[in-house]
Design a protein around this ligand. Structure first.
Ligand code: GDP
Ligand code: IMO
Ligand code: MG
Length: 429
């Protein structure tokens, strides 16, 4: 029996949603363990596109889906997403979706603070998604959060809200110059959310333990990417949760001994949304071509994604931080048609070659990528389903990635559709 964690190895949007959907054909249970509706995970099935922000991407394959304690949940967004999926014929009843009673709620003031702070920072902004993610995690850590276990008890909810709303209002009014909030409409709205979501709330840790004991196979769906991790990413240009595989355990309530494999999702090139360093970023026509050919627009905010070559310093940082056991390469089709393709193999910094990702942003911002240049391929590879049928130069590119990382590539994605995929090794078979 396998229990597999999926993580993004770069700065998010690697195609995690597509791969989680694909592997959910065999997995029994799919679990989100961190992040919130800053995530936008895209699945394309029979030409129909679905984007999920909170509901795990196993929902289309009718698998049992869990939102773990490590996720921060905006209840209105969750309800809207459940309604959207239902309208499109996807069952999202309480037997198919469960939410941890320990997951924290994104409150209206979290969104207001996120947006107003970014506005105040001007050029120094992080470029957040404006969904209230950071302020919600701040309140969790400072023990001022509200969880589902409080939401479903109206008295507890009201007591908790009133115990810190004065402080929030002081901050909103005097520091952010925004209007303070009246508690009564918040209480009324959240009581309605509670009624709707009550049947979904459960002890996820206990249910996952039961599932594992019953021989079920679990798939943990990471959000964002390793270099947006609050500890290991390009701080402060990061998100507010741990995005690395270790958090699959604390964010869902299972022990590390249960995990049998960790798959790193690697986009065949690199993208980033929002601010922050990106050593292999391309500012020329090639970057523009990748952006257009890859349709690189954010699935959550619609922002243009910055594009650059594949970076082995970034990738090997992810291999180590996540304990990756295999790689999945996505969007390989997008690189077709380039005369040559570059792989960043190290950084040049003050006459030295760095192969470990620097912690200091000052150092990182002065790093110049060192490239190995490989020949490109002109063939359309989107209809290929067997690795050996790929053009020689495409296989050569993949071989270089395997050689640099010392890891096997188990899955190769050659198009957005579920079946536009070469499965070399299915982790659940
Ligand atoms: P996630 O956040 O990691 O789930 O990734 P996103 O869904 O935000 O972004 C990935 C985008 O690439 C989506 O539009 C996918 O439909 C698309 N996509 C995924 N895999 C492939 C692929 O192999 N080729 C192409 N052309 N598009 C892909
Ligand atoms: P998925 O799961 C790409 C980025 C934002 C910003 C930074 C902080 O689809 O890969 P936040 O709102 O989290 O406080 O923003 O993190 N970011 C993402 N970038 N994909 C994502 O998710 C992201 N989630 C957050 O653009 O730079
Ligand atoms: Mg995304």
């Amino acid at each position: 029996m396998a229990n597999i964690v999926i993580v993004g190895t770069q700065w998010g949007d690697e195609g995690k949603g597509k791969i989680v959907d694909l592997l959910s054909d065999i997995a029994d249970v799919v679990v989100r363990f961190q992040g919130g509706n800053n995530a936008g995970h895209t699945m394309v099935v029979n030409g129909e596109q679905f984007i999920s922000h909170l509901v795990p991407s196993g929902i289309l394959q009718k698998k049992k889906c869990y939102i773990g304690n490590g996720v921060v949940v905006d209840p209105q967004v969750l309800i809207d997403e459940m309604d959207y999926l239902s309208c499109r014929g996807i069952d999202v009843g309480p037997h198919s979706l469960k939410i941890s009673e320990l997951a924290h709620l994104i409150m209206p003031y979290h969104k207001m603070i996120d947006i107003a702070r970014e506005h105040l920072k001007g050029d120094l902004k992080i470029g957040t998604t404006g969904r209230g993610i950071g302020p919600c995690y701040e309140d969790k850590v400072s023990r001022r959060g509200i969880r589902f276990v409080e939401l479903i008890d109206p008295e507890l909810f009201q007591d908790r809200l009133l115990s810190f709303l004065d402080e929030k209002n002081y901050y909103l009014k005097n520091y952010l110059s925004t209007a303070p909030l009246d508690p009564q409409p918040i209480i009324a709205t959240f009581n309605r959310y509670a009624e709707r979501l009550l049947p979904y709330v459960t002890n996820v840790s206990v249910e996952l333990d039961q599932a594992i004991s019953a021989g079920k196979q679990l798939l943990f769906e990471g959000a964002q990417g390793t270099h947006l991790d609050i500890d290991h990413g390009t701080y402060p240009y990061v998100t507010s949760s741990n995005t690395v595989s270790g958090n699959a355990c604390s964010g869902s309530g299972i022990g590390p001994g249960r995990i049998t494999g960790v798959i790193g999702i690697v986009k065949a090139y690199t993208t980033r949304v929002g601010q922050g360093p990106f050593p292999s970023e391309l500012f020329d026509e090639t970057g523009g071509r990748i952006q257009q050919k890859g349709a690189e627009f954010g699935a959550t905010t619609g922002r243009k994604r910055r594009c650059g070559w594949l970076d082995m310093v970034v990738l090997n940082n992810s291999v180590r931080l996540n304990g990756l056991t295999s790689l999945t390469i996505t969007k390989l089709d997008v690189l077709g048609g380039f005369d040559h393709i570059n792989i960043c193999t190290g950084y040049e910094y003050q006459g030295k070659v760095l192969t470990d990702f620097p912690s200091s942003l000052k150092v990182l911002s002065k790093c110049k990528p060192i490239y190995e240049t490989l020949p490109g391929w002109s063939e359309d590879i989107s209809n290929i389903r067997i690795k050996e049928d790929l053009p020689r130069n495409t296989r050569n590119y993949l071989n270089r990635i395997e050689a640099f990382t010392c890891l096997p590539i188990g899955i190769i994605s050659v198009g957005p559709g579920r079946h536009e995929t070469i499965v070399v090794n299915h982790p659940f078979l």
